[in-house]
Design a binder for this molecule. Structure first.
Ligand SMILES: [Ca+2]
Length: 333
């Protein structure tokens, strides 16, 4: 295992896994960033209220040799609909009756409730150490803000976040103006609350950024064959009829959280959410919010990084160092 760098980013990944395949790409990326010593995944929390999201995430984490990462799920949340991209890989069996993708969390109903898990994980971290990546709805983080003291921490939610979290990187909205975006529109009250009350800096990757960073089907077809069954490649095939290219909305927010220099930032300001789910940005030097911007060169470089990270094999399947061609030793930053 690569030792963690002193400057590694301690991440919580909050996802609506199952609604779009780019969440799965983002999770694979995070595992590669951890293998490279750039990040440490503390927990995954889920805002899609479907029983197969957590088992699929556990299967992905187990594939990348981190099956003990805590997973928390929303209760009474949005988008309970079935989704092949999480259910099929989570339930598929080998002829001997064991899982193709081993995992021990076999039903989201058995997972921890997300808000309580977030409080437990945050309370154990050093002050200002945590970066939260939210690539689904704001349900869990809005509930975290409203949470009261408990066994994990005497702090109420907002104070706990203020103490432990350095940055919230979200995929959500459209900037500087645009149509209502899915992650915001699906839970408007929670998004309003998050943007009004979250006490740390927030950086948003808007719809327009992921639209510039389009993952090619050719990579799914050729870069995941290092193993006969790959949970991300299978999920991708189950999400829509192959071959298809897909915008990388969530991976851009994830990449920014760990490699901030990948994009440029808007001026500081305040993002608000209206009753239709549209986001509005008002510049203000004292504002806590910014949104990503990307030149064509930055978008191309981000796509290359996302492909390289997502398709990096788990450590057990990496070739010995002398045979590596495309996995340079990380440069000091
Ligand atoms: Ca998502």
């Amino acid at each position: 295992m690569t030792p963690l760098r002193a400057a590694h980013v301690r991440l919580i990944f909050d996802t609506d896994m199952g609604n779009d395949v780019d969440d799965a790409v983002a999770l694979a990326m995070i595992h590669a960033l951890e293998s490279r010593g750039e990040a440490k995944l503390l927990a995954v929390t889920v805002t899609k209220d479907n029983r197969w999201a957590a088992p699929f995430i556990d299967a992905m984490n187990t594939f990348y040799e981190r099956g003990d990462i805590p997973i928390g799920v929303v209760r009474n949340g949005k988008t309970p609909e079935d989704a092949n991209m999480i259910r099929v890989p989570a339930v598929r069996l080998l002829s001997d009756g064991t899982f193709v993708y081993p995992h021990d969390l076999t039903d989201g109903k058995d997972a921890a409730e997300a808000t309580g898990l977030l409080r437990r994980v945050l309370s154990k971290e050093k002050d200002g150490a945590v970066v939260v990546v939210q690539v689904g709805f704001s349900t869990n983080l809005a509930r975290l803000l409203d949470s009261g003291p408990d066994d994990a921490s005497p702090l109420a939610g907002r104070a706990l976040v203020q103490r432990k979290v350095r940055l919230l990187s979200i995929m959500g909205g459209a900037f500087p103006e645009g149509k209502p975006e899915y992650n915001i529109e699906t839970d408007i009250p929670s998004a309003k609350k998050l943007l009004a009350e979250w006490p740390t800096p927030i950086v948003a990757s808007g719809y327009e950024i992921g639209n510039k960073v389009v993952y090619p089907a050719s990579s799914i077809l050729k870069d995941y064959g290092y193993v006969a069954d790959h949970p991300l490649a299978e999920s991708y095939r189950e999400y829509m009829k192959m071959p298809y290219d897909r915008p990388m909305w969530d991976p851009t927010a994830t990449l920014y959280a760990v490699r901030a220099s990948s994009f440029s930032l808007s001026p500081r300001g305040t993002i608000t959410v209206d009753d239709t789910g549209r986001t509005h940005f008002a510049a203000n030097p004292q504002g806590r919010h910014q949104y990503l911007t990307a030149t064509p060169e930055q978008a191309n470089a981000a796509l290359r990084a996302i492909i390289e990270l997502a398709s990096r094999p788990p450590d057990r399947l990496m070739p010995p160092p002398k045979e590596r061609k495309s996995q340079p030793v990380p440069a000091a930053r």
